[in-house]
Design a protein around this ligand. Structure first.
Ligand code: NAD
Length: 485
């Protein structure tokens, strides 16, 4: 069993129960972690609260150095972490290398920004006065993480939260806690006890205990919209500050001028990365009517050439899904679409050869429309549902016809269409010709029911700081606007 990390010590927790962690490529148990209780959550909060008293006064420069040191240590353990991530999450090893590079880069980026945390001076209302704005940390931040990018989505919260002077409690997904626990051991071990804690357990027990704890003023959550709603309702009781990074149903519009073959490969990448288990997966593809036949032919040919397999094999393009329930959801969306008239051109089933793990064939569908679940709800799997449009107005209308607003992709070199797309589509990130590429300095987050949090960039640091206005009068004589009137 891999224990939890609370106050710089390793503990099995108080409940005595454990959670099994599986390799999704083989459906075998690879380890177990404690199924943490509310009592364990309270211990972690007490440790983080006590550590905050000192940590908040550690200078920004020292905090920056510690973040840089974490990045250096992770670089030394790069291969080990990549392998562990691949074992517990399943995606292709090159994607886990990229994830780990991103974790290092994010630590370095916020090490840089940590040195630059600042407020500002504003004009006073009277010449005897001095007014300024300072930024201060919240205190204990609970970071609740989903399964699909266990380290990336963790560090997008933890690096800026620490840079800002908060202490953190990380609760990884109960599918993928192992790489995070290993990081506590080898990458975060130089932080003072209690500054970084990692707890494990089920969302409805450990997660809710953290959300409801009175000494946790800020919850940074990435996960499904349904759980985001649950957390919001619990947090409302104490008007807690929330960072919500929730579900998506991103559109990908192919414009009439796009090259068909390149567009097909771009869509395949955007839809199938991590077996479609990406919050910004392109889950709705819109193609001009006149291009439809050529495009579907090209994408079906391309997708059939992709190799499914265990993530640890270098030849694998697409790994398994992370849990059986996720695969069942994909199958149910496809079944509902087929029942309503959709056509499956390739895929649509679990592969016969890889029957041990939780694989699902990449699936291309046509004849889809917005009455189908597969075009409305998050599928979070390797599906490419393609719908045709007649005019660009219609394409924009279809792209916006969703409750979500995370990302949106387009392929075109027509500047007028580009301008319309980035101005009219309601989404937190617009990708033109290069889908799903992030940038350390570019704020990432959503609109509408994806939640309004932003990670990365200066906005990603700002979210972990509270704003305080200081009004200072150097003239301490009586004021003529005091009583009596
Ligand atoms: P999930 O919502 O099931 O779980 C996320 C985390 O919340 C896990 O750690 C889980 O244990 C915890 N949790 C579950 N119930 C809880 C509760 N009642 N109280 C507190 N915590 C609870 O999500 P998932 O299946 O792990 O991840 C997939 C989802 O995450 C998708 O909807 C995807 O779009 C979303 N996601 C969003 C972004 C983004 O940036 N917007 C990024 C990645 C993933």
């Amino acid at each position: 069993m891999k224990p939890m990390y609370i106050n710089g010590e390793w503990t099995a927790g108080s409940g005595g129960e454990t959670i099994d962690i599986y390799n999704p490529a083989t459906a075998e148990i690879i380890d177990t972690v404690p199924d943490g209780t509310a009592e364990d959550a309270a211990k972690a909060v007490a440790a983080a609260k006590a550590a905050f008293k000192e940590w908040r006064w550690v200078t920004a420069f020292e905090r920056a150095e510690m973040l840089q040191e974490a990045a250096n240590k992770l670089r030394e353990h790069f291969d080990e972490i990549v392998e562990l991530l691949t074992l517990e999450e399943g995606k292709a090893i090159s994607e886990n290398e990229e994830e780990t590079e991103w974790v290092i880069g994010t630590l370095e980026y916020y090490a840089g920004l940590a040195r630059n945390v600042r407020g500002r001076v504003i004009p006073p209302a009277d010449r005897s006065q001095f007014n300024f704005i300072i930024k201060e940390p919240f205190g204990v931040v609970a970071c609740i993480i989903p399964f699909n990018y266990p380290l990336l989505l963790m560090i997008w919260k933890v690096a800026p939260a620490l840079a800002a002077g908060n202490t953190v409690i990380i609760k990884p997904s109960d599918h993928t806690p192992l790489a995070t626990l290993r990081l506590a051991e080898i990458v975060f071990d130089h932080f003072p006890p209690g500054v970084v804690n990692v707890v494990t357990g089920r969302g409805d027990r450990m997660g809710e205990a953290l959300v409801e704890h009175p000494d946790v003023p800020l919850i940074a959550f990435t996960g499904s919209t349904a759980i985001g709603q649950r957390i919001s309702s619990l947090a409302a009781k104490r008007i807690k500050k929330l960072h919500l990074e929730l579900g998506g149903k991103d559109p990908f519009v192919i414009a009439p001028d796009a090259d068909v073959e390149t567009a097909a490969e771009a869509v395949a990448y955007a839809a199938l990365l991590n077996a479609g288990q990406v919050c910004t997966s392109s889950e709705r593809i819109y193609v001009p009517e006149q291009m439809s036949q050529a495009f579907t032919g090209a994408i079906v040919d391309f997708v059939r050439g992709l190799r499914l397999g265990p993530g640890l094999e270098r030849t694998t393009d697409i790994g398994p899904m992370a849990a059986p329930a996720f695969r069942e959801k994909v199958a149910s969306h496809i079944a509902e679409a087929k029942a309503k008239g959709a056509k499956v051109l390739t895929g649509g089933q679990a592969p016969e050869k890889l029957d041990q793990g939780w694989f699902y064939e990449p699936t291309v569908l046509t004849n889809v429309n917005h009455s189908m679940v597969i075009m409305r709800e998050e599928t979070f799997g390797p599906t490419i549902p393609i719908m045709t449009y007649r005019t660009f107005d219609e394409a924009i209308e279809l792209a916006n016809d969703t409750v979500y607003g995370l990302g949106a992709c387009i392929r075109t070199n027509d500047a007028r269409l580009v301008k319309r797309f980035f101005e009219e589509v309601k989404a937190g990130t617009i990708w033109i010709n290069d889908p799903l590429t992030d940038n350390y300095a570019g704020p990432f987050g959503g609109m509408k029911m994806t939640g309004g949090g932003r990670e990365l960039g200066e906005e990603g640091l700002e979210g972990f700081l509270e704003t305080k206005h200081v009004h200072w009068d150097f003239d301490d004589t009586l004021k003529d606007y005091w009583y009596p009137y």
